[in-house]
Design a protein. Structure first.
Length: 347
């Protein structure tokens, strides 16, 4: 038995249900515990290198594990014949789009709500002043001094109002980010359940990819919370709270998969071999969880993360060095997924 198979067997010793919950615990607890050792003002360049590695692993999992399984399934027999069903492939493709669109919808709504409250500006102008001929020089000077003090006080009040609104916007952005993180973690949980019910190989590799993605993701969210005024302890507790979403997603995924399996077993016991699934194909609802997760991961990696990696400082020498490091880290992440895929443990 190879080292890879031994390691996966040690980490995931149970059935699909047990392994799904174990994997969710791994990807939820350990990355959050690492936050205790992470400085709130972590260097952006270092974080981007971690993010690049995670993107390579996440996209590697999508293209080398999830999508091949979604379209072809798992076959231990090298001479297995795969029957091409065009309608089935269309539904799988639709499932991928739904996963991608779901995250686009969530992302768009978060930006809409955040923009509505977090970017309000005060455009009130000072009232025009009436010029009245002074009856005495001393009176005019006093009036001007009083008006000057009044204007300064008014400016201070306006600045305080603007700062309060800005702080409220930052707080709202932090809470919306936590909500998005909760939803993201639910998708991770769904992916854990669907992957382990597909096969130990797909489950283990998905767990590895998501684990490495969660580390920079949690660090980034942690930094956002700190910048929004959260204490270190409160920021860590908030991150642990969002981990509930992963377990909730896993439970939902297990329920979907168990329901599909029970229906399949009931059909086999009844002697029904020609089972018609969704829209005349042999697909069941549980079979669409992996395509949905793949679409979500594609959006997270390409739209949610890569645009941040495209940002530059304007210093050509520094940016070139950073780019080379990020490219290397991304290919290391992809290479890890390729190695695992090439030496898949038996299903």
């Amino acid at each position: 038995m190879s080292f890879q198979a031994t390691a996966f067997a040690f980490l995931f010793p149970g059935n699909a249900m047990t392994n799904s919950i174990l994997a969710t615990a791994y990807i939820s607890i350990f990355p959050n515990l690492l936050l205790y050792f992470v400085p709130p003002d972590i260097n952006t360049g270092s974080l981007n290198v971690l993010v690049s590695f995670a993107v390579g692993g996440l996209l590697g999992d999508v293209f080398l594990h999830l999508l091949p399984h979604a379209f072809l399934g798992e076959h231990t027999d090298e001479n297995a014949v795969v029957v091409i069903d065009n309608q089935k492939n269309v539904l799988i493709g639709l499932g991928i789009f739904v996963g991608l669109f779901f995250f686009f919808f969530m992302d768009k709504m978060m930006r809409v709500f955040n923009g509505g409250s977090g970017h309000s500006h005060d455009h009130q102008h000072a009232e025009e002043k009436q010029h009245v001929e002074p009856t005495a020089t001393s009176t005019a000077v006093k009036e001007k001094q009083a008006e000057s003090v009044h204007q300064r006080n008014k400016q201070v009040v306006e600045q305080i109002k603007t700062e309060v609104k800005r702080q409220e916007g930052i707080k709202l952005s932090a809470y919306l980010n936590l909500l998005a993180d909760f939803t993201h973690n639910m998708t991770d949980g769904l992916a854990m359940a669907a992957s382990f019910y597909a096969s130990p190989a797909v489950g283990a590799t998905t767990a590895v990819a998501v684990f490495f993605h969660e580390i920079p993701h949690e660090v980034g969210d942690y930094a956002i919370l700190i910048q929004s005024g959260f204490s270190k302890q409160k920021a860590m507790m908030a991150q642990f709270t969002t981990a509930i979403g992963a377990f909730l997603g896993t439970i939902i995924g297990i329920m979907i998969e168990e329901s599909s399996l029970s229906n399949k077993d009931a059909d086999e016991k009844a002697g029904i071999t020609d089972v018609v699934g969704l829209m005349g194909t042999d697909l069941r609802w549980g079979d669409l969880v992996i395509p949905f997760a793949a679409g979500g991961f594609m959006y997270i990696a390409t739209v949610g993360v890569i645009p941040e990696l495209l940002e530059v400082t304007g210093n050509i020498k520094k940016d070139r060095k950073q780019a080379i490091t990020e490219f290397f880290a991304m290919f290391v992440g992809l290479g890890l997924m390729l190695f695992i895929a090439w030496n898949d443990i038996p299903a």
